[in-house]
Design a protein around this ligand. Structure first.
Ligand code: ARG
Length: 552
């Protein structure tokens, strides 16, 4: 149910009749009425008439029977009030729909979602949180809308770093890699201080790239160890990435050569300082010189960009994707724009295929600087999760509930701000029981469950009578267009904002309309309204990857 679309459709014919051209009535929710159209105002100049007169003519010509009544307000706004019977019917339709009125996508797409994508042999840090949490919300929303989603965890499992890691690993002893960060740092220190180790590491990279079996075995061991660690972290975070979703950089190894050949054949490569580069038009460096996308390095090796070009081609040509999403921080924006530009020039992004870099801002500490540990290092994700759960334990005694609350708070904080802005990591704010927070929403849900516990079984239709009931229903009816819109815009703060509006409208309803003590009939209707609210909150939070414990 998309009321804005429905009302727009009803007004559109009248508008074009009055204006003589097609006009988007642009119907929106409004504080002054249920809905409002301001489309008469910009027509005034064109038609040389007062906007109020235009609006009056539109209203006279519009067929709103059975849906709404309209009136002119202010300089020429069209205020629309839905009919009470319409609201009641719509509420019961949505309540009877397992999908809460949210339609499946008319044209389901195959969408490849590149997210999380950490590097092997490093622990997850707070820097990985946003890609992992936002990407997972995208996967959940798109799948629920009926799209065919491929999760692509573009694991950094190849490259020169493996020379020193494998050398450091030594024979076949995996014992030392339990603490990945310590392992990586120790390898790094040896590389920086020990000339002989450095030489061996470089030779090891050559052996790895040449496919030396013993070296590959050690490489596999490192990758497997990392994957086990990552899967445990995803599980703990309640992220849907599984063992089959790793599509690491190494996967594209034997496709890199043909990327170069293909680009060369299409005259898209230029030799520059021994490297093969593409120079997509329109990308320049600080002093105006063209910016290269290095496809093959001067040492003959392939880098990050070549792998992304191969991945792009693979995702379109072999996976058949029509939408490619990359959840990677804004510092890599230019990289992706260049990859997309080169891919498009090579014909790997045909019409109807869209590649989007879905960037996001950084996480800042309360001091406004990059969020770091006291010693200045990046904060380990495991430590953040531990702290979230232990802080949440002050809100919820049950350990399972504390876990859901802590992780929910963490995810909600990440999703509820404008995605592209930096956001401030603030424990007190994210765990607050007031305002648009995870715990507030979970609490709203649990509160409704408590009503059901006391109510016992009930059955009945929603009958919208009181203003607070009506206001709540109007919010609940807006769930569908919000979810559909988020499937396109990937602006998850619109969904958190909507759920917050639902929870607040519920709060007002619950204050003003007794439920359990209401007379028979009214009681059942209000309980049914509670049930629809609970289902909406639960589904909405689930789409964001946030659990809804029945009790807090
Ligand atoms: N591993 C990269 C990093 O840590 C992110 C990879 C993002 N995905 C991609 N297809 N490049 O910066």
């Amino acid at each position: 149910m998309n009321l804005e679309a429905l009302l727009s459709a009803r007004l559109a014919a009248a508008f074009s009749q009055v204006a003589g051209v097609t006009v988007d009535p642009a119907v929106r929710r409004s504080q002054h009425a249920d809905f409002q159209s301001g489309a008469a105002l910009p027509l005034a100049r064109e038609l040389g008439r007062a906007p109020r007169d235009i609006a009056a003519d539109v209203l006279a010509a519009a067929d709103l029977t059975g849906v709404a009544t309209g009136e002119i307000s202010g300089p020429g706004f069209l205020n629309l009030r839905l009919d009470d019977t319409f609201v009641t019917t719509a509420a019961n339709d949505v309540a009877a729909d397992p999908r809460l009125g949210v339609p499946l996508a008319g044209h389901p797409e195959r969408v490849v979602v590149d997210y999380s994508s950490p590097n092997v042999a490093k622990e997850l840090t707070i820097g990985h949180l946003r890609s992992t949490v936002i990407g997972d919300a995208a996967v959940r929303v798109l799948e629920w809308l009926g799209h065919d989603v491929v999760r692509a965890n573009h694991l950094g499992d190849w490259g020169t770093a493996f020379g020193l890691l494998i050398e450091h690993l030594g024979a076949d002893d995996a014992a030392g890699i339990d603490d990945l960060t310590a392992f990586y740092q120790a390898a790094r220190v040896r590389f920086d201080t020990d000339e002989e180790f450095r030489t061996r590491s470089r030779l090891r990279v050559v052996a790895l790239q040449a496919g030396d079996e013993a070296t590959l075995a050690q490489w596999r061991q490192l990758v497997e160890r990392s994957k086990r660690y990552l899967l445990a972290a995803y599980e703990r975070l309640g992220v849907t990435l599984g063992p089959d979703d790793f599509l690491g950089e190494s996967f594209y190894n034997d496709r890199l050569e043909s990327v170069v050949d293909d680009l060369a054949a299409k005259d898209l490569l230029v030799e520059s300082g021994g490297a093969l580069c593409a120079f997509p038009p329109g990308f320049t460096g600080r002093d105006g010189e063209p910016l290269p996308l290095i496809v093959r390095k001067s040492d003959g090796g392939f880098g990050y960009a070549a792998t992304d070009l191969a991945a792009l081609r693979y995702r379109v040509e072999e996976l058949g994707a029509t939408r490619l999403l990359y959840f990677v921080g804004t510092p890599q924006r230019v990289h992706f724009q260049m990859v997309f530009a080169v891919g498009a020039a090579a014909g790997w992004l045909p019409d109807g295929v869209v590649a989007e870099h879905v960037g996001f801002g950084s996480i800042l500490g309360t001091d406004g600087k990059m969020f770091r540990s006291r010693t200045g290092e990046s904060v380990k994700l495991a430590a953040v999760i531990d702290e979230a759960i232990s802080r949440a334990a002050e809100l919820a005694a049950n350990p399972e509930v504390a876990r859901a609350t802590g992780i929910g708070a963490l995810k909600y904080a990440d999703l509820s701000g404008d995605r592209l802005s930096d956001y401030t990591f603030d424990w007190d704010r994210m765990l607050a029981l007031t305002g648009s927070t995870g715990p507030y929403q979970q609490y709203a849900y649990a509160r409704i469950q408590a009503i059901f516990d006391r109510a016992g079984p009930f059955e009945g239709r929603i009958d919208v009578v009181e203003p607070a009931e009506r206001a709540l229903v109007l919010e609940l009816l807006a769930f569908a267009p919000v979810v559909t819109g988020v499937g396109r815009s990937l602006e998850f703060h619109r969904l958190t904002g909507h759920l917050y509006a639902v929870a607040q409208a519920f709060s007002v309803f619950y204050q003003q309309c007794p439920v359990l003590k209401a007379p028979a009939g009214v009681r059942e209707s209000r309980l049914a309204l509670c049930a629809l609210t609970a289902r909406t909150l639960r589904r909405g939070l689930d789409l964001l990857g946030i659990a809804t414990p029945a009790r807090m």
